[in-house]
Design a protein around this ligand. Structure first.
Ligand code: FES
Length: 57
């Protein structure tokens, strides 16, 4: 993944934003959702974003 790759199409959230959230201390999907809103519109990105987050922890 590149930092500019979109991981949540509904909100235009990029892989780089997920990386930055982890660098800033986000450790769970719930924290990531609170911080970015990821997955809160159609929900289609939830499983793949969860996998990405695990890969970054
Ligand atoms: S793609 Fe992430 S909420 Fe729709």
């Amino acid at each position: 993944m590149n930092r500019e790759d979109i991981v949540c199409a509904c909100l235009g959230i990029t892989y780089g934003e997920i990386e930055d959230a982890v660098k800033d201390g986000v450790r769970t999907y719930e924290e990531l959702e609170e911080r970015t809103g990821v997955g809160t519109i159609c929900g289609l990105c939830v499983d793949s974003v969860k996998e990405m987050l695990e890969g970054l922890l």
